[in-house]
Write a new protein. Structure first.
Length: 93
């Protein structure tokens, strides 16, 4: 699948939801590509890790909030398969 032949199907921060989507695509023989990006800068990650580290010394825990926000899953499909993929996902989810 090349750059000019694909389109973004979803941008999903949840790994579980992304897995549901690509499982649906796989079951229906729709080719896809998935790209995983970090959703935060190094500064933002370090800030939250340091806040979590200090929770036993009076700091606040941020790990329960921060877990799902670390990555962004982008799923691409071919342009010709986009409408069918959207319909399958809408009916399944």
């Amino acid at each position: 699948m090349n750059l000019f032949n694909r389109t973004v199907l979803v941008k999903e921060p949840s790994a579980e939801e992304a897995a549901k989507i690509y499982t649906i695509l796989r079951k229906n023989n729709i080719p896809y590509e998935m790209k995983t990006l970090r959703n935060k800068t190094t500064f933002g990650r370090n800030l939250h890790y340091r806040m979590n580290y200090g929770k036993y010394n009076g700091g606040m825990s941020s790990s329960f909030v921060d877990q799902d926000l670390n990555y962004l899953y982008i799923i691409y499909v071919k342009k010709k398969d986009y409408t069918r993929a959207v319909e399958l996902i809408d009916t399944a989810i």
